[in-house]
Design a protein around this ligand. Structure first.
Ligand SMILES: Nc1ncnc2c1ncn2[C@@H]1O[C@H](COP(=O)(O)OP(=O)(O)OP(=O)(O)O)[C@@H](O)[C@H]1O
Length: 247
């Protein structure tokens, strides 16, 4: 491990992950309210799993939190000073037309990591994610599972304090899902705040520390995972956990 990663790791091990606070946040488009207004704070250890039916507003919530969209009302705040280091992994990985290792080196360069350590950090991350043999292959010819692991490796090299994952496993087979879930756990153990959407209730049971449940653009419930799965309170969450078709 390089001293750069070691020092980032040491700092994230002692620091609790930054808390995320939505205060009356809403997002409208062409006068149509799509999300909120919603207020909640993610200050537990997580991982936070964001669940709800299609169109509930899960991706919008993640994009707002990550800063890809601005709320039309309300405020999004982080504990600590400024914005934390954060990364996002999407359902379809967004990779550059270059080799796997070059994708990681590019991410390090964009984040001002010194040139002399970039190759070593990139190769270490590829090894960590079982991608050493693919280092020089074009990223876009990798399998779906390999591409998703590459997207995770790219997040990993940046030692994010917060990682958003938007349905990262919905296009993957069971073996690839297992690899992604193992990586999510490792980020979490490293002290990264995880906020992840999924449609897979079994996956949520495996990973969640707390659940944020949305339907119709509203946050219906935000509770520890055990309470959500055993004693959901809102009628929408009760129906969802019971396996009924919720709109
Ligand atoms: N940038 C945008 N501008 C306008 N409308 C949007 C935008 N992003 C999403 N929407 C709309 O907002 C609603 C919520 O979409 P969102 O993608 O957040 O749902 P979701 O819960 O993630 O759904 P799914 O489970 O199908 O991915 C949808 O009606 C969608 O069409």
């Amino acid at each position: 491990m390089t001293s750069l990663n070691a020092s980032l790791l040491a700092s994230s091990a002692v620091m609790p992950p930054p808390a995320l606070c939505f205060e009356g946040v809403a997002f409208s488009h062409e006068d149509k309210l799509l999300l909120g207004p919603c207020s909640f704070t993610l200050d537990g250890i997580g991982p936070t799993l964001v669940m709800g039916p299609n169109g509930a507003g899960k991706s919008l919530l993640l994009r707002l939190a990550h800063g890809l969209l601005s709320p039309t009302e309300g405020k999004i705040a982080w504990s600590g000073e400024g914005r934390p280091r954060q990364a996002m992994v999407f359902q379809q990985p967004v990779l550059l037309r270059r080799s796997a290792v070059a994708n990681l080196i590019h991410a390090l360069a964009v984040n001002n990591i010194p040139r002399r350590v970039r190759s070593k950090l990139a190769l270490d991350a590829l090894e960590r994610f079982g991608l050493s043999a693919c280092a020089n292959k074009p990223a876009r010819v990798l399998s779906g599972g390999q591409q998703q692991r590459l997207a995770l490796a790219r997040a990993w090299v940046l030692s994010p304090q917060v990682l958003f994952l938007d349905e990262p496993t919905s296009a993957l087979d069971p073996a690839a899902i297992k690899a992604v879930e193992a990586a999510v756990r490792e980020f979490h153990q490293r002290g990264t705040r995880i906020v992840m959407t999924t449609h897979d209730i079994h996956q949520a049971r495996r990973l969640a520390g707390d659940v944020l449940f949305l339907s119709g653009g509203k946050v219906r419930e935000h509770t520890p995972a055990e309470a959500f799965f055993n004693t959901p309170v809102s009628p929408e969450a009760q129906a969802f956990v019971a396996g009924e078709l919720v709109e």
